[in-house]
Design a protein around this ligand. Structure first.
Ligand code: PLP
Length: 388
């Protein structure tokens, strides 16, 4: 049998997301001197663009790394071994961040969730109220928990912290560019993001938005660090240059990607994500399948995790969909391994790409023998048509 598969691969993982042709073209060029004037202008431009994306006037750090690198940078710049931190166990990414904190010798206090809700501000408030000696130095929250497709309400978490001096650290890796995010107004101290999701750029860049308070904490202490040190980023923000060879191809791409978002207008970008997410949920309801996120107020804009009925394998479903329909979906992670499949609908996506992806899922459900009702795609189409 021929190995040839016709048609374009449907990439519907929740990161990496699809890279628009304009971004691919922007990266398709020779390198430039990273110590020359052209690069300085590019560096300053992308930093200004990222300030707009993060909604901050503060320092932006750009690393040639995946998002995990920016997690590490946040920890080693602001916290020292033995410092106490409050983590919210909302899903697999919160778990991985917690594991990293433990490896750095931080003293972790954890709040559990059932992985079907976001962080609970009331529970955070209670823990911080009891921390009269202010031993907790930071609160970690994952804004969009990509493994469960549940959001945490960052302004509500900030509100729950009241006057407690702990820093608020937010992982916005799968939310930035998909929905409103306001680093300054929400009082976040460190926000972490990556290039490969809502920002429509290939993997390889990570970002941190850093508040004055977090910068002061890093200057006063933190852990031993070298490559991840924030201090050179302060200089980079003024000059546009980096202390090492920057990932310039990705920066060319980022510049173009954010230009596209600016042209579309951020409110429209966010409304588009909300609409596609709603259409995807309507499809899931039409199929009679349950969403992993059990809180309708917390649905994520860029990804939807859908549970398969007990006794069935989400991985088998994904394998069938990949083999027959040439589409990649996200797998279940950690404790929901094989129990959910995740449809990524973030970044560069049109209505027909989305309905095509949903069609692939519906056909896959049938082919894999997963009990479901027909009509999910029709429900999504009806919603999309009524909101044109
Ligand atoms: N945090 C969240 C919410 C994520 O979705 C991911 C990746 O999917 C990460 C952290 C880890 O980022 P990376 O894989 O870029 O290191």
């Amino acid at each position: 049998m021929s190995e040839f598969v016709s048609g374009r691969h449907f990439l519907h993982t929740p990161g990496p997301s699809n890279v628009p042709d304009r971004v691919l073209r922007a990266m398709d060029r020779n390198g430039i001197n990273h110590r020359g004037p052209e690069f300085g202008a590019l560096g300053r431009a992308v930093i200004a663009q990222m300030q707009e994306v993060f909604q901050t006037r503060g320092i932006i750090g750009i690393y040639p790394s995946s998002g995990t690198g920016a997690w590490e940078a946040a920890l080693v710049n602001t916290l020292a071994p033995g410092d106490r931190v409050l983590v919210n166990r909302t899903g697999q990414f919160a778990h991985l961040w917690e594991q990293m904190a433990l490896r750095f010798g931080l003293d972790v206090v954890a709040l559990e969730t059932d992985w079907r809700h976001g962080a609970d501000p009331a529970a955070i408030e209670q823990v911080l109220e009891q921390d009269r000696e202010h031993r907790i130095k930071a609160v970690f929250v994952v804004h969009s928990e990509t493994s469960t497709s549940c959001m945490s309400d960052i302004p509500a978490v900030r509100q729950a912290m009241h006057q407690h001096p702990a820093m608020l650290m937010v992982d916005a890796i799968s939310s930035l560019g998909c929905c409103e995010y306001r680093h300054d107004d929400w009082g976040v101290d460190v926000t972490i993001a990556g290039s490969q999701k809502g920002l429509m750029v290939p993997p390889g860049l990570s970002f941190t938005a850093i508040s004055d308070k977090a910068l002061a904490a890093s200057r006063a202490g933190g852990s031993r660090r070298s490559y991840w040190d924030w201090e050179p980023l302060v200089t980079a923000n003024k000059t546009g240059f980096f202390p090492y060879t920057p990932a310039m191809s990705l920066l060319f791409g980022l510049h173009e990607a954010i230009r596209m978002m600016q042209e579309e207008g951020f409110p429209r970008v966010f409304a588009r994500h909300a609409r596609y997410a709603e259409a995807t949920r309507r499809a899931a309801h039409g199929w009679g399948l349950e969403l992993q996120c059990a809180d309708p107020g917390a649905y994520a804009p860029g990804v939807t995790a859908i549970r398969v009925p007990d006794g069935h394998s989400a991985d088998k479903l994904r394998a069938v969909i990949l083999e027959r329909y040439n589409m990649s979906l996200g797998n279940g992670l950690g404790r929901i391994d094989d129990k959910v499949f995740r449809i990524g609908h973030m970044g560069d996506l049109g209505v027909l790409s989305l309905t095509g992806a949903l069609t692939g899922v519906e056909m896959g459900l049938r082919a894999a023998g997963i009990p479901h009702k027909a009509g999910g795609v029709l429900a999504a189409m009806a919603y999309l048509a009524s909101t044109d």
